[in-house]
Write a protein that binds this ligand. Sequence first.
Ligand SMILES: NC(=O)c1ccc[n+]([C@@H]2O[C@H](COP(=O)([O-])OP(=O)(O)OC[C@H]3O[C@@H](n4cnc5c(N)ncnc54)[C@H](OP(=O)(O)O)[C@@H]3O)[C@@H](O)[C@H]2O)c1
Length: 169
Amino acid sequence: MMRVTSIAAVAANGVIGKDNDLVWKLRDDMQFFMETTRGHHVIMGRRNFESIPAKYRPLADRPNIVVSRDPSYDAPGAVVVTSVEAGLDLARAAGESEAFIIGGGQIYALALAAGLVDRQLLTHVAAEPEGDTFYPAFDGAAWAGERLAVQEADARNEHGFEIWAYTRR
Ligand SMILES: NC(=O)c1ccc[n+]([C@@H]2O[C@H](COP(=O)([O-])OP(=O)(O)OC[C@H]3O[C@@H](n4cnc5c(N)ncnc54)[C@H](OP(=O)(O)O)[C@@H]3O)[C@@H](O)[C@H]2O)c1
C-alpha cells in the first residue's frame, strides 16, 4: 500500500509562507526535504509550484504533480490534476511506495481534512514570523510523534529547528 506523507516546515505560530514565498533560509532543512522526497511523487498546489524558483522547477529526479482547478493549466515539467485524490491515484498507478504532499497551505489543508495523510514530517521552526499561509491545526492526540533531528541556528540555518515524524495512532 502506498504511504502518503505531508512534509512541511512550520513556525511556532503555524506560519509556512508569506507573499507566495518561504519566510526563512534553512539550508539543512531544505536538504532534508530534497533528500527525503527525491525519487518519489510530489504533489503540490499551483501556487506552490509557481513559488519554486524557475531553475529548481520542476523539482528534479521526482515526478511533479500540480493541483489546480484549471485542467488546462500549463505546468512545464509537471502533470496537472484537479484534485489531490487524482494526484495520489496517478502515483499509486505508477507503483509509488510513498507519495509526498508538499504544500502549500491549501493543499495541506485539503489532504489532511480528507484523511488522506498517513504520516506528517514536520520541521518545527523556532521562530514566529509574520505570514499569510499556515499549516493546518491537527488533533495532536490522534498522532504519535517521534523526534528525528535537532538543529541549532547557525550560518546555514537562520533559525533552530526540530524535525518530527507523526504517524496516526
Ligand atoms: N514552509 C513550507 O514547508 C512550505 C511548503 C510549501 C509551500 N509553502 C508556502 O505556501 C504558500 C503557498 O500556499 P497556498 O496555500 O497559497 O497555495 P497552494 O496550496 O500551493 O496552491 C493553491 C492552489 O491550489 C489549487 N486548489 C486549491 N484547492 C483546490 C481544490 N479543491 N481543487 C483543485 N485545486 C485546488 C488552486 O489552484 P488554481 O488557482 O490554479 O485553481 C489554488 O490556487 C507559499 O508562501 C509557499 O512558500 C511553504
